[in-house]
Design a protein around this ligand. Structure first.
Ligand code: FMN
Length: 187
């Protein structure tokens, strides 16, 4: 079920009134949630219809309507090459994309309902960076850290993690989303 706060964010997304950060986070949620994609698609259709109907006397440029409709059909687009994670408000995994599964070796069933850190951190993980993430999540603020994580096969890798909260109108977290990138091994 889409709650009121997410429906509002969807309207701002379609209207283009989200900040760049909010937009990025919202797009991670869009990848994760079919119900949200459906909702955005229907809003976009309304906007497209209104835009085309706006000037009844003007002839839209040839092909405009087709291009618009193509754009609407294109979601879901190509799978993101970035690693994406969506958690609930307590930081427990709800969804990860295929790139994330490829990076860490765990499939969704193995990490769903758990904190990513519990599964992925180990002896070489920087405790200070983990503490900064903990503090940022508690303060409902974005954070950006580089961490050592461990693949399912036990091998370590470095990962760049950017986490953003999705907040409701009262500032309470609805979800957290992360965009992550595996970094090259140090030479
Ligand atoms: C959306 C999201 C994605 C996260 N991804 C990772 C990750 O890939 N690797 C990692 O070590 N920690 C990740 N974390 C952080 C940990 O799950 C955890 O929040 C952090 O270790 C601090 O909390 P703790 O005190 O429970 O360990 C992520 C957190 C969130 C909310």
């Amino acid at each position: 079920m889409l709650n009121e706060a997410l429906r509002n964010q969807a309207a701002h997304y379609v209207a283009g009134t989200l900040s760049a950060d909010e937009r990025e986070s919202f797009e991670v949620l869009l990848e994760a949630r079919e119900d949200l994609r459906e909702h955005v698609r229907s809003l976009q259709e309304v906007v497209a219809t209104m835009t085309l109907a706006d000037r009844p006397t003007a002839t839209p440029p040839p092909g405009l309507k087709n291009r618009l409709m193509d754009t609407l059909q294109q979601r879901p687009r190509n799978p993101s090459p970035e690693c994406l994670v969506v958690t609930d408000a307590t930081g427990r995994v709800e969804w990860v994309n295929a790139a994330f599964i490829a990076m860490c070796g765990h499939d969704l069933g193995e990490i769903k309902g758990r904190k990513p850190g519990q599964v992925l951190q180990g002896p070489e993980t920087d405790a200070a960076a983990v503490a900064r993430i903990r503090a940022a999540l508690a303060a409902r603020e974005p954070c950006h850290e580089t961490l050592v994580n461990y693949h399912k096969d036990g091998s370590p890798y470095r990962v760049d993690v950017r986490i953003n909260p999705i907040l409701d109108e009262d500032g309470a977290p609805l979800q957290f989303v992360a965009r992550e990138r595996k970094l090259p091994d140090p030479a």
